[in-house]
Design a protein around this ligand. Structure first.
Ligand code: ADP
Ligand code: MG
Length: 346
């Protein structure tokens, strides 16, 4: 874990963002000469791969392989692509057990584990209610529409079963149930990309997909001082996209940020956004940004959504029970809160 000495401050005060800039390391231009960078749109967001390679043609090939891997995952996991494995599950798992790939099985199993860990704050069946919102069009469900679908929001009604002859199936035991892996799939895709690069011997790289990033190794050695350079990850200011709320020096780590500014609309002084409290089917209130730092992107992704739903007190209490993971929360007043690991400067 990086040694972050962070002071609780109010982000929305005028001088806050300057005082928040944690140690900044800029690698000089020469050291960056052989970084290869490739960006593309996937999973409804902008993704980028940056890697250090001696040969540009190898770097290009590997970055393209990462892109293809992320596209493969999007084709399987998207709820918006009719031919995806996830869409098939959503269409048929109430009427019959649906055969699923080992990869889908692993992701569903992990999602259910996060449901158990968070006492249901993380629940991929939020989609039974969540899919009634259309943030782009400013559409939200009526109170009675929500009431009708809420019984279908309960990850415990997702049944994974082993078949006698091998393989697994998934079955929903509630009618109208829908699942969505939007709170975990991008993190998984980032981990898959990093795994692919590691397998090809890459020692330094960063992959990002929207708010999920993971760094392999560091930024190399400072040519003059010989010091090792960290990656610097900015967490954006939740109410001004031109500003960073924080800059964090990180190496060999993942970070995910969930914010109420990603997909939302405002109406009558309320923000309706894409992180849903499973018990109510409504957007989570109380916090505006949650960043989780830890070894794996899949866990950072799911935990950032989870802590967003739980809020400051319960969210920090949960993270303090998860070894190797830390949280930075910005609440609705713009105040920052840190998990015990960061507050102690571990
Ligand atoms: P993004 O990077 O897409 O903004 P986040 O990590 O912030 O994603 O998670 C938000 C996404 O998680 C939503 O778009 C939705 O797909 C999914 N989601 C929303 N509420 C929940 C919930 N309570 N449990 C699990 N997943 C959720
Ligand atoms: Mg998430």
């Amino acid at each position: 874990m990086p040694n972050l000495r962070l002071m609780p401050v109010c982000l929305f005060s005028r001088f806050a963002s300057a005082s928040l800039v944690a140690a900044l390391f800029f690698a000089p231009a020469a050291a960056l000469a052989e970084w290869y960078q490739h960006s593309f749109n996937v999973m409804g967001t902008r993704a980028s791969v940056e890697l250090w390679q001696q040969r540009v043609d190898t770097a290009k090939k590997l970055a393209r392989e990462v892109e293809l891997e992320m596209r493969r995952l999007e084709a399987a996991m998207s709820p918006y692509i009719e031919s995806s494995e996830l869409s098939l599950i959503n269409r048929e798992a109430f009427s019959r057990p649906v055969d699923i790939s080992p990869e889908m099985h692993a992701l569903l199993e992990r999602s259910i584990e996060f449901g158990d860990l968070s006492a249901g704050a993380f629940d991929i069946s939020f989609a039974s209610a969540g899919h009634l919102y259309n943030y782009r069009e400013g559409v939200k469900p009526s109170a009675s529409a929500l009431e009708t679908v809420l019984p279908a929001v309960n990850y415990k009604s997702i049944k994974l079963e082993l078949k006698k002859k091998g393989g697994t199936t998934v079955r929903f035991t509630k009618p109208g149930m829908k699942i969505d892996l939007g709170g975990i799939a991008k993190g998984y895709a980032v981990d898959q990309g990093i795994r692919l690069l590691e397998k090809h011997g890459v020692q330094a790289a960063m992959i990002s997909a929207g708010g999920d990033s993971r760094m392999l190794g560091d930024r190399g050695v400072h040519p003059e001082t010989g010091e090792r350079l960290s990656w610097v990850i900015g967490v954006r200011h939740p109410r001004d996209e031109t500003l960073s709320a924080l800059r964090l020096p990180l190496s060999n780590a993942a970070i995910s940020t969930s914010g109420d500014y990603e997909r939302f609309f405002d109406e009558a002084g309320h923000r309706y956004h894409h992180i849903i409290v499973p018990d109510t089917g409504k957007s989570a209130r109380g916090v505006v940004s949650v960043s989780i730092i830890g070894p794996k992107s899949i866990d950072c992704d799911a935990l950032s959504t989870t802590v967003f739903v739980l809020g400051v007190e319960k969210g920090l209490a949960l993270i303090d029970t998860v070894p190797e993971y830390d949280a930075i929360i910005i609440d609705a007043n713009g105040s920052l809160h840190y998990s015990a690991g960061l507050a102690a400067g571990k």
